[in-house]
Every structure is written in structure tokens, then in C-alpha cells.
Design a protein around this ligand. Structure first.
Ligand SMILES: Cc1ncc(COP(=O)(O)O)c(C=O)c1O
Length: 488
């Protein structure tokens, strides 16, 4: 048995005794247990460490590891995953197969905004699964229309996308962006039938998805290089560089796609000046402006859409959404103006599953809840609470924490070093967080996270950072939970 596996067994045994010994601190109990033994010092240290953790990663001889290694040979290795395996969720918690709870500040990467297994969503899923799950888009069914109408109405009520008119419903964020890119190309082809107006502009550090069109708009060499050549006709600019816009967006441009707040790229917020200038330039050259709000939309900033904070002169022609729209049931949507819609004709685009009654009915419910003003107000208050904790952490680790970026409950804490060990240390203490950009810790918890859960999670994060930066030899980072990191 490996040293680590052996010490984790001891740790587990000690933890189970701890649960029975009231009032005795974990650390002191473990130390007492190991101090009296004749084990090598290295093993004693390891046992003490394991005993101090609530959720040490399952060792290589655990039932979790056995299950993982029996299943892994059948899965294309597109992800590097950390050792625990998750099987159940409720609210802001998710449990692993060893029945240990983790506070989830990732929300499935900004998906479970209403928390895990919301009881009302479970009820809707059950009812609709007994009514109608799928009906081809060749026929009318009520929920795709109801969802489209609600998306338009809620967007108007929220002072978002001033000319929003119609919706195309699909299955994911990438597909919503594929539709947006195709609609922009069709717009260009309609304005300039010789095909010269076909360029799509996007920005460094953006993330628009993994399908070939969305990937071509995602200028990250790690993602693009293995699959080159990209779709032709994509150009890239620097986020927030107002001075470069005129040369970047030209008469050849049919569309510009941008995240008002970049998620994967590091929680970078576009300035109002930049988005106003982009909008103005798109008007000059008759290109459509596409806002990808797949991660930052649906009240994550405290407003229905991140761009609701902007004046109407900066609003888009196309808006894409997904992630929280289904709270975990796959769905995406592309909102367009009537002008863009007028250029799309039957047969231009379609989908088999997109807009099925099951996903649309769930999304209709999620959108109703997510657009409630009370929920949105609470998001702003929770941001303030997170930021208070982050300020305290900054005082404690002034050399490690550089800045905090973002809005509402999409926040990025920029570190001066690799956050991988912090991610591991937090997970082993029962908190899930993820990274983004370069050395950034990303906070995208469920929007229903309570004050107590924020306090608890941030206390765990403080402990994790102390373990990593005050005793660096104790915690080694393991891979996994890093969306932007390419496999090694
Ligand atoms: C801003 C943004 N756009 C697009 C996507 C792609 O969405 P999906 O993974 O659902 O295809 C993501 C996913 O992380 C995203 O954050």
C-alpha cells in the first residue's frame, strides 16, 4: 500500500473516532494517536494531515478509485478530473460517492444558479416527462413558443437588448453561438450578396465554445491549434482596446462577438466606453453586434443580462444564452432583433432536439425565477459579502492576492501564483472552486447561496490558502477543475 493510501486509511479511522469523541479537536486527537506510535515520522505527518481534512481525496485503493479506473478506459480523455466522484446534490451542496458533502462555489460552471436538484424543477421534469418529452421542430408544441415569448418579454422588462424580437432555441452555449455566427453571415450575405461581407470579429481571452464556428471565434492557441485550420474569415482584437476598433471592424465585417464579462478568460469586464465604441462602429459598417452572455447572463450580475447596465446605444443585435437557462437540463437560445430575423428563411438553420418540450418547460420556470427582482437584489448583496471576505483575505495574503474583478456573483480573484494547490486544498476541506484565465480563482456559486454558506466557504478558502502559502510543503496541487488548462 502506498504511503499516501496508508495514511489516508489511518486518517479515515481517526476521523471516524473523532466523530465519537465529543469536544476533542481533530488535530489534537490525530496528533495524540500518532505521537504514541512507532510509525516513521513521514507517515505520522501524513496521518496528521489526513486527519485534519474533512474530505481528503480518495486514495488509489478506495472504492471511488476502483470505480473510476473501471470506467475510464471507455471515456475519451477530454478532461483531467480530480479524484472524488460526485453523485448527488441539493441546494449549494454536492455529495461524492463516499457520501461526503462539498460546498459548491462552481455551480457546474455557472449552470446551477437555482442550486442542485431544486424541488420544483424536479417536479416539472417528472410531470413533463409523463406528458411529452420530444416533438420534432417540424410541428408546433407549446413550450418552445412560451419560452421564446418569455425571453423576449423579460428582456424588454429588464431594459435589455432594446430591439429584441425573436428567439431560436437550441441545446447548448456553443450551439447558440453557432446560430449567432450563421445569422451574422446571413446578414452579411443579404447586405452584400457578393459574399465580401463575411468576417467575424472576436477578442483575445474570449471563450465562445468548442464547435468549429465557436472555436474559430475563440483565439486561444491551446484550443485552436490541434484542430487547425479554423473556419476562414475570423479576425481577433484586443479586449477593451478602443483605439484598434476602426481597423478591426471594417466593411468586410458581418458580425462582432464579445462577452460583456469574460468568464473562462479571467473574469474580465468590458468597459462601457469599449462596448459603446463597438456598437457605433458596427452601425457605421452595418455589422451585427453579438453579446455572448452564456456565463455572465441570467441575473448572475444582479441584472437579467450583464448588458442591462449599459445605455441602449450599446445594446446588441444578437444575444446568446445557455448554462443557467436549464439549471442543468441542456438548452441554449439565440435572441435576435426583428431585423436580423427578417434575413433568416426556412431551411437556413435547424436542430433535432433544440426546443424540446422538456427542456423548454424547465427553462421557462428557471427564467421566471431568475428574473425575480428579489433574487437579483440578493445577488448584489451577496456580491458585497463575498467582497468583504476577499478584502480580509487580501489583508491576510497581500503578496498573493492582486485584485478582485467581476460583478454580482461572477467574481475573479487574481493571484500572483498558480492557484492549483488552493483548489486542491479547498476541495480536501469540503469546498469546490475553479480557476480561469491565468492564475485566477473564479467564484460562480449558485445565486441562491446563503450568507452562512458564503461565510463558511470563504473561511474554508482562507484555511486552504493558509495551508498552501504558509506551509507550502503540505499541499501539492492535483490536476482537474481547471477548464482553461489544456491536458498535459
Ligand atoms: C461565455 C461562454 N460562451 C460559450 C460557452 C460554451 O457553452 P457550452 O459549453 O454550453 O457549449 C461557454 C461555456 O463555458 C461560455 O462560458
Amino acid at each position: 500500500m502506498s504511503l499516501r493510501a496508508c495514511s489516508q486509511r489511518f486518517g479515515a479511522a481517526i476521523r471516524s473516532q473523532q466523530r465519537r469523541v465529543a469536544g476533542q479537536s481533530r488535530r489534537s486527537y490525530a496528533s495524540t494517536a500518532t505521537a504514541a506510535s512507532s510509525l516513521p515520522q513521514e507517515m505520522k505527518n501524513s496521518i496528521d494531515k489526513e486527519a485534519s481534512l474533512s474530505n481528503p481525496d480518495p486514495p488509489s485503493d478506495s472504492s471511488t478509485a476502483r470505480l473510476v479506473s473501471s470506467q475510464n478506459p471507455y471515456m475519451v480523455p477530454t478532461y483531467v478530473r480530480p479524484p472524488p466522484m460526485f453523485q448527488q446534490g441539493e441546494g449549494c451542496y454536492i455529495w461524492d460517492v463516499e457520501n461526503r458533502p462539498y460546498l459548491d462555489f462552481t455551480a457546474g460552471i455557472a449552470v446551477n444558479s437555482l442550486g442542485h436538484c431544486d424541488p420544483e424543477i424536479s417536479k416539472i421534469l417528472y410531470q413533463q416527462s409523463q406528458t411529452l418529452v420530444h416533438c420534432s421542430n417540424l410541428y408546433y408544441s407549446p413550450w418552445i413558443g412560451a419560452l421564446s415569448q418569455l425571453l423576449v418579454e423579460k428582456t424588454r422588462e429588464s431594459d435589455g437588448m432594446k430591439d429584441v424580437g425573436k428567439v431560436f432555441v437550441c441545446n447548448s452555449g456553443s450551439e447558440a453561438n453557432e446560430a449567432a455566427i450563421k445569422f451574422a453571415r446571413k446578414h452579411g450575405r443579404t447586405v452584400q450578396p457578393n459574399g465580401s461581407k463575411h468576417e467575424i470579429v472576436s477578442f483575445n481571452n474570449s471563450f465562445h465554445g468548442r464547435t468549429m464556428g465557436a472555436l474559430s471565434a475563440t483565439p486561444n492557441p491551446k484550443y485552436q491549434k490541434p484542430f487547425a485550420p479554423m473556419v476562414p474569415g475570423f479576425r481577433y482584437g484586443t479586449y477593451n482596446d478602443v483605439s484598434a476598433i476602426n481597423d478591426l471592424v471594417t466593411e468586410a465585417t458581418c458580425g462582432v462577438i464579445i462577452e460583456p464579462i469574460q468568464g473562462e478568460g479571467g473574469v474580465n469586464v468590458a468597459t462601457q466606453e469599449f462596448l459603446l465604441a463597438l456598437r457605433k462602429r458596427c452601425n457605421e459598417v452595418n455589422a451585427v453586434l453579438i453579446y455572448d452572455e452564456i456565463q455572465c447572463g441570467l441575473s448572475r450580475t444582479g441584472q437579467l443580462w450583464a448588458h442591462c447596465a449599459l445605455p441602449a446605444e450599446a445594446h446588441p443585435d444578437i444575444l446568446t444564452t445557455a448554462k443557467a437557462l436549464g439549471n442543468g437540463i441542456p438548452i441554449g437560445a439565440t435572441l435576435v432583433t426583428d431585423d436580423v430575423s427578417s434575413k433568416i428563411v426556412t431551411g437556413d438553420h435547424g436542430t433535432t432536439f433544440g426546443g424540446n418540450p422538456l427542456a423548454c418547460r424547465v427553462a421557462h420556470y428557471c427564467l421566471t425565477r431568475l428574473s425575480e427582482p428579489d433574487l437579483q437584489k440578493a445577488v448584489v448583496q451577496k456580491e458585497a459579502r463575498f467582497r468583504q471576505h476577499m478584502t480580509r483575505l487580501h489583508q491576510r495574503f497581500p503578496k498573493i492576492i492582486q485584485e478582485v474583478r467581476g460583478r454580482g456573483l461572477i467574481l475573479g480573484m487574481q493571484l500572483t501564483s498558480d492557484p492549483t494547490p488552493v483548489i486542491t486544498a479547498a476541495r480536501e476541506r469540503g469546498l469546490l472552486i475553479i480557476t480561469c484565465g491565468t492564475n485566477t480563482l473564479r467564484f460562480v456559486p449558485p445565486l441562491i447561496v446563503s450568507d452562512e454558506e458564503i461565510d463558511k466557504g470563504m473561511a474554508v478558502l482562507g484555511d486552504a490558502m493558509a495551508a498552501v502559502f504558509e506551509q507550502p510543503e503540505v499541499v501539492k496541487g492535483t490536476d482537474g477543475q481547471q477548464e482553461m488548462r489544456a491536458t498535459h
